[in-house]
Design a protein around this ligand. Structure first.
Ligand code: DGJ
Length: 693
């Protein structure tokens, strides 16, 4: 018997005997149990034998298979010359602190499966399998998934779908008998990525209800699924989606699954973030403070001109920007999105002296320089494609997408050429940041595994050679945000929309998994370029504040008053970012879908920043009070408005706002709350909370 315990989470594994091990419990901490109690727990968990079933109790194992009597999805699928993968039996178990390594083999010894389970200090469980072909011939792997049991209370699912500029749209559904499988065959997670599959007690919210959740740390084709059998067993799982023939193991070869990251919370969705964010922060080596970015895309698009960009850089520096990023359009022949991907040399017709004059100006103004690239792509109309047609993935057949095709990174020559070109760029120019884009699905059967693993290799090589260069994962906005690529990048471009109304939801949900300091959020034009919707500056600023903030706007067209307001906002962001980028993310459950309260509370709970947001008109003239989650109930806090005052529809504000602040215990702020001003639609009120002795 094994018992992994950390931060209020228990995982109990029954690995007695020779059959595949069983996860007896994954959820709330069961306390300090000795070996006898653990054995009694496992014995007591053995279910009855129902009629019309196998003649022994069916337990869902770590490696469920038909041979065990499990008629749901198997963990391992594949064959050796038409003979299906045999069942596995347990070989041995090794335990090291909060990690277990479980080894099994097929009865004929031809396959060895090793499962690693690690429970982090934050209570995040991650599990992966490694399959070794010990047989004589090739083994064709069809799938290898990680499964974890969920109890019967986990009867409602929440995951995500989405579109370009509409990522992370939540969807709820009851978990009925059968399989709910979310599958990505984009060769990238995609805008409709399931992202984080949660199963909880019906109606679970941000602050309440038990929830179990899984994410697959991988950027290629993948599935996340939930299953409940008619017998009653339930599980969450996931794995890479493999096309027939995509992974064929020669004798002695191994295949390792991506990590399935699994989190339990007894206190709703925020409880998941409470484990995931500290875990990610502890593992990753993100440099702080996160610089304020100006990205040129919506400012100039492909219209690159040194004089215009120099003015923009000056305006950016004056506002307090710290990193200037030159987006698409700088390389040879790239005057629009129909050509030139692959020709990663600076276009001499636009940049006769290279990028040096711009970079020098950016540096002189005290900013870092960043550059956009889309390395995995190739335009049919490019020098590269004309010289090396065989480097195009899928042989250049099938549909183009944004007029482009994919460079076959599995081809060693194509890979080396691309790597050398990127190395040359990073060597010639002092580039601090690459915005690494990926604007199409692969659409080539059987290519995603090879392409994704080659991408990881390339990113790792570049990181090793240029450890100071930061990389942003962008894929037409947020189509490649996952914990696989997070090990190799420093920022995500959350979405191509800078419309604050859409961004409120996209950022809210993306940050359930990813800490906000990774999520690029930019101040856009008053009329959003993607939606055409007009938004007040204050709402745009308050929305972009809660992430890795930046600007995506031609500041030279802003009025002096707007520029002054933006400069003041950047100064506030710089003051607040230590809190915003290390604190606990909290989201209140709201009875009115038009109103939201979210915030970040310092780890020591001495300070917090909240945003009260109106997405539309409220349901009632006097909306419910703002109840502030996450504060210390026993300390006193003062709540004060900061930032651009929002537009309101009221004859007089609540009394406490007339005096400018309220000081109350955290318990009162959480339970009774404070009456809110009557915000007009699409407004945000920022409230700074500080401990007051
Ligand atoms: C898609 C990205 O998401 C945008 O931000 C921009 O970089 C364009 N590509 C450039 O082509």
């Amino acid at each position: 018997m094994l018992h992994l315990r950390a931060a209020g989470v228990s995982l109990v594994l029954d690995a007695r005997g020779a059959s595949a091990p069983t996860v007896v419990h994954w959820g709330s901490d069961l306390g300090d149990l000795d070996a006898n109690v653990l054995a009694a727990l496992a014995d007591a968990a053995v279910p009855a034998v129902p009629p019309s079933s196998i003649d022994v109790p069916l337990r869902l194992s770590l490696w469920p298979s038909l041979a065990e009597g499990w008629t749901g999805r198997p963990a391992l699928a594949g064959h050796r010359q038409g003979v299906p993968a045999p069942a596995l039996r347990l070989l041995d178990v090794q335990v090291q602190e909060q990690a277990a390594t479980v080894r099994g083999e097929s009865a004929d010894g031809s396959l060895e499966l090793t499962t690693v389970l690690e429970l982090s200090a934050e209570g995040v469980l991650r599990v992966r399998h490694r399959l070794l072909n010990r047989g004589a011939g090739d083994f064709d792997l069809a799938g290898l998934d990680v499964r974890l049991p969920i109890p019967e209370q986990a009867a409602e699912l929440l995951d995500f779908t989405g579109l370009w500029a509409h990522e992370r749209q939540p969807q709820r559904t009851p978990l009925r008998h059968g399989v709910w499988s979310r599958e990505s065959r984009h060769g990238r997670p995609g805008h409709d990525d399931a992202f984080l599959l949660m199963a909880g007690v019906p109606g679970f919210g941000f602050r309440s209800g038990q929830v179990w959740a899984v994410h697959l740390a991988f950027s290629g084709d993948k599935t996340l699924h939930a299953e409940r059998s008619a017998l009653g067993h339930g599980c969450l799982g996931g794995g890479e989606l493999l096309a027939p023939g995509e992974v064929r193991l020669a004798p002695g070869e191994t295949y390792e699954t991506p990590w399935l990251v699994a989190v339990h919370s007894a206190t709703g969705i925020d409880g998941l973030s409470d484990r995931l964010h500290p875990w990610i922060r502890a593992r990753a080596t993100l440099r702080h403070p996160r610089p304020v970015v100006l990205n040129t895309w919506e400012a100039v698009y492909f219209d690159h001109d040194l004089a215009v960009l120099t003015d923009l850089a000056d305006a950016a520096a004056e506002a307090g920007v710290e990193r200037f990023v030159l987006d698409d359009g700088w390389f040879t022949g790239r005057r629009d999105d129909r050509r030139a991907l692959g020709d990663w040399q600076v276009d001499p017709s636009v940049w006769p002296d290279g990028l040096h004059p711009l970079i020098s100006r950016v540096h002189a103004a005290g900013m870092e320089f960043g550059l956009w690239v889309e390395p995995e792509m190739i335009s049919p109309d490019s020098q590269l494609a004309r010289e090396h047609p065989s480097w195009v993935l899928g042989g250049g057949t099938g549909h183009t997408w944004r007029w482009q095709r994919v460079l076959d990174l599995g081809n060693p020559e194509a890979y080396a050429c691309l790597r050398d070109r990127l190395v040359a760029l990073l060597t010639e120019y002092p580039i601090a940041f690459l915005k690494w884009d990926h604007n199409r699905d692969l659409l080539t059967p059987g290519s995603a595994h090879r392409q994704t693993t080659a991408l990881y290799r390339l990113l790792a090589e570049l990181k090793a050679a240029f450890p100071d260069v930061e990389i942003e994962s962008c894929a037409s906005g947020g189509a490649r945000i996952d914990l696989g690529i997070l090990d190799l990048v420093d920022r995500f471009w959350t979405s191509d929309t800078n419309d604050p109304l859409d961004r409120q939801s996209i950022q809210r949900w993306t940050s359930v998994l990813i800490p906000p300091e990774y999520l690029g959020g930019h101040l856009g034009d008053a009329t959003a370029h993607v939606t055409g919707r007009h938004s007040a500056l204050g709402f745009r600023l308050a929305t972009a504040l809660f992430g890795s903030a930046g600007i995506e706007w031609n500041l030279t067209t802003a009025t002096p008053a707007e520029r002054a307001e933006i400069a003041a906002w950047i100064a506030e962001y710089k003051r607040l970012r230590p809190l915003l980028h290390s604190g606990t993310v909290v989201r209140a459950d709201s009875p009115d879908p038009a109103l939201r309260l979210h915030g970040v509370v310092a780890q020591d709970r001495t300070a917090a920043l909240f945003a009260l947001v109106s997405l539309g008109s409220p349901r009632s003239a006097l909306p419910p009070p703002a109840r502030f989650p996450g504060l210390d109930p026993d300390r006193r806090y003062t709540v004060r408005p900061i930032g651009t005052p929002p537009r309101t529809v009221q004859d007089a504000p609540p009394a406490w706002l007339r005096t400018g602040e309220a000081t109350l215990p955290g318990r009162v702020l959480a339970e009774a709350g404070l009456p809110v001003p009557l915000l007009a639609p699409e407004q945000a009120l920022l409230l700074e909370v500080t401990e007051t002795p």
